[in-house]
Design a protein around this ligand. Structure first.
Ligand code: AMP
Length: 280
């Protein structure tokens, strides 16, 4: 497995793959890789001829009081996992490589970029859209693989690729969970044992809404209240949002339609976690 540090090296590799008749799959990550990331690499491996993953903790998507400095970093272990799962190259640029001195160019997805996490984390999706646009341009990937776990991010990036007419197709993969239901996240390492237990309320809330939906409930208000009630029972949890929305616009819906999404963000102690489900 090769490790590239510059956009030029990454692009040259991708062009060589294309020259050799291989499609290029790309898995962008911030590292601290877990089984959720591994599932994306496997999905890429299964559908493309060459697979790249990036490891870059992107400063512009963190707010000034957020966890950029202490975000978990485990480059050696990440490379080992990526290689085991069949990654051909790792792209691990420096901050200066992605944001050259004097850089003034950002990508902003208006309106939907200010909803959900964009509302609670101002500027977050501007940082995400900017870095993913740069990564897509460098990778020249045919397909990029993202987790449904970050459902709002998927909506932003779909809009961005459509608006900028980027050639990379976005593929969305299912949420990978621990056996007890907690959605895997690099931030789960921040949780104390007590917080880890209470964090299970997020997946329980999601599951409750799915059960009500399966039993015929279609009113958004009922599904949201049921989810909120489960979260509110945990003293260490503070709800950021529980919203039932259209997955492409991120706007609230009154009754659940195919493609509606129940999305939760909550603080568990000092750690902000997200989870969601899409109603079929
Ligand atoms: P991150 O490193 O947290 O920026 O995530 C990189 C990619 O992995 C994103 O597309 C995430 O949605 C995806 N991802 C993170 N957690 C999970 C999970 N539990 N299951 C599936 N994909 C995930």
């Amino acid at each position: 497995m090769e490790i590239f540090r510059t956009c030029d090296e990454f692009r040259s590799w991708s062009r060589r793959c294309h020259h050799d008749g291989k499609t290029v799959g790309f898995v962008p990550t911030m590292g601290a890789l877990h089984a959720g990331h591994a599932s994306l690499i496997r999905a890429a491996r299964a559908s493309t001829g060459a697979v790249a993953a990036s490891i870059f903790v992107n400063p512009t998507q963190f707010g000034p009081t957020e966890d950029f400095a202490r975000y978990p970093r485990s480059f050696e272990a990440d490379c080992a996992l990526a290689e085991r799962e069949g990654t051909d190259v790792i792209f691990a640029p420096s901050v200066e490589e992605m944001y050259p001195a004097g850089a003034l160019t950002f990508v902003e997805v208006a309106e939907i970029g200010d909803r959900l996490d964009g509302k609670s984390r101002p500027g977050h999706f501007r940082g995400v859209a900017t870095v993913v646009a740069k990564l897509f341009i460098a990778s020249e990937a045919d397909r990029a693989f993202f987790g449904q776990k970050d459902a709002a991010q998927v909506a932003i990036l779909r809009r961005m690729t459509a608006d900028l007419r980027l050639a990379t197709e976005i593929v969305v993969c299912p949420i990978i969970r621990d056996p007890d239901g907690l959605a895997l996240s690099s931030r789960n390492v921040y949780l104390s044992p007590a917080e880890r237990t209470q964090a299970l309320a997020l997946s329980r809330a999601i599951h409750k809404a799915e059960e009500l939906f399966a039993a015929g409930e279609r009113r958004t208000s009922s599904l949201i209240s049921a989810a909120r009630e489960i979260l509110a029972a945990e003293p260490l949890i503070r709800i950021d949002y529980v919203e039932l929305i259209d997955w492409s616009t991120l706007l609230p819906v009154d009754t659940v339609q195919p493609g509606s999404l129940l999305a939760i963000a909550a603080w568990v102690g000092a750690t902000r976690l997200i989870d969601n489900t899409v109603f079929a």
